[in-house]
Design a protein around this ligand. Structure first.
Ligand SMILES: Cc1cc2nc3c(=O)[nH]c(=O)nc-3n(C[C@H](O)[C@H](O)[C@H](O)COP(=O)(O)OP(=O)(O)OC[C@H]3O[C@@H](n4cnc5c(N)ncnc54)[C@H](O)[C@@H]3O)c2cc1C
Length: 380
């Protein structure tokens, strides 16, 4: 496996870092404080092709490989984790499935505006009674001639408050356990689709997370993505890709924790010496740096397998599991290094501590990642 970035990947990282430091980092505090989605920044990122990263140029995207995709999510998240998850979810679980499973007509009418960032996408799987156990979905899609009629409730929809295009998982074949549900592309403008208020989140604030409900929402058969009954398969395969983005986001956050902690520890004097002179603090910093490198290696391995069209489900789960637990640990240690100041708003680690937690929960909680990895081990 190649450990070095290619020249193109290194340039991409440098370019995104510059943009993120100049345009996103100065806004991160305000985005967190207000909890409002910064639409103008999203438009700016759309202009840089960040909304169609792995989509081929013929469908309006940048046509990048997976390593480049995750480098971009990492750099955005290092500056603003809330913007990182917006871009990650839009790309990996909002737009990419339409490229992967869509018809030519669906790619033209739904994917192109998503890849250009003219529309924002969502992935609507979770429901009030279906979280980790996705098989217990209750939203229904009843066939009626050339239409399906959707009824049900989706919760915690990332980008939901600002989305135009939503991928909705619903039960179309209740009597077939392995083929119970299908996926539908549902425009936010469809009569019968209703969005709830934006969630007041612990972290990743500024992300327009909301519920979306369907009340006799009629959609044409042409809006079904893939074959009827393929929903579970498509959800699992899509989440393999989505988890790479969450891992990248967690690594970006962990990196930001390390950088802030290094800086603070060098400036803060106690007992007549900077914190960096104390062995315990050096150990904290060394552990953070080592684990960040390890997380990146796990992530880039999974990306390369994806690019080579090999099965990367277990490797993706390992990268997501390791990186998200790393982000939470780095944020906790980062606050510890900052002492009391770390618990106050002027210090970014306070935000990182809140932002990191959700990485261990969405797109499959850590317990679910361990189940995925164990299943591969036991089936091997
Ligand atoms: C900010 C935010 C954004 C989100 N964005 C999206 C989105 O865009 N689209 C979407 O579809 N969903 C989204 N989600 C939902 C998220 O994916 C779910 O919250 C997650 O999958 C967990 O489901 P749950 O909350 O129902 O927890 P539950 O499934 O109720 O689990 C609760 C706890 O029990 C554990 N657990 C459950 N089953 C087992 C088991 N068999 N063995 C051991 N432990 C178990 C879980 O790991 C967890 O720790 C988002 C959530 C949040 C908070």
């Amino acid at each position: 496996m190649h450990l070095e970035l290619t020249m193109k990947q290194a340039v991409i990282r440098r370019t995104v870092r510059k943009f993120a430091e100049e345009r996103l980092a100065p806004r991160a505090v305000q985005i967190d404080a207000s909890g409002e989605f910064p639409l103008e920044l999203a438009r700016e990122m759309a202009g840089l092709d960040y909304f169609g990263l792995e989509i081929p140029p013929e469908f309006g995207g940048a046509g990048l490989d997976s390593v480049s995709y995750t480098l971009i999510i990492e750099e955005i998240s290092r500056a603003s984790a809330a913007m990182g998850v917006c871009v990650s979810v839009h790309n990996s679980v909002g737009a990419y499935p339409i490229y992967q499973f869509g018809t030519e007509a669906q790619r033209r009418s739904f994917l192109v505006p998503l890849a250009r960032g003219e529309h924002i996408g969502t992935f609507c799987l979770t429901e009030p009674n279906a979280g980790s156990d996705v098989s217990s979905l209750e939203t229904t899609a009843i066939r009626d001639g050339d239409s399906y009629i959707l009824n049900g409730n989706k919760i915690f929809v990332t980008n939901g408050g600002v989305s135009e295009t939503n991928l909705v998982f619903a039960v179309s074949n209740p009597s077939e356990p392995r083929k119970r549900f299908s996926v539908f592309i549902v425009e936010s403008s469809r009569p019968g689709l209703e969005k709830g208020p934006i969630e007041d989140l612990l972290g990743m604030r500024g992300n327009a997370v909301c519920s979306i409900s369907f009340h006799d929402c009629r959609i044409p058969v042409e809006n079904r993505l893939g074959e009827e009954g393929q929903g579970l398969k498509m959800a699992l395969s899509t989440l393999d890709g989505g988890r790479l983005g969450i891992a990248a986001q967690a690594i970006g956050l962990a990196e930001a924790c390390l950088e802030n902690s290094l800086k603070y520890a060098g400036e803060r004097y106690q007992f007549g010496a900077p914190l960096t002179s104390f062995g315990t603090i050096q150990g904290f910093l060394a552990d953070m740096a080592t684990r960040i490198d390890a997380a990146r290696l796990l992530l880039h391995r999974a990306c390369r397998l994806r690019d080579q069209k090999q099965n990367y489900s277990s490797q993706s789960a390992m990268a997501k599991l390791f990186s998200s637990e790393l982000a939470v640990d780095c944020a906790r240690v980062g606050v510890q290094i900052h002492g009391g100041y770390g618990c106050t708003k002027p210090y970014a680690v306070e935000r990182f501590y809140r932002d990191a937690k959700i990485c261990e929960i969405y797109e499959g909680a850590s317990e679910v990642q361990r189940m995925v990895i164990a299943r591969h081990l036991l089936n091997a």
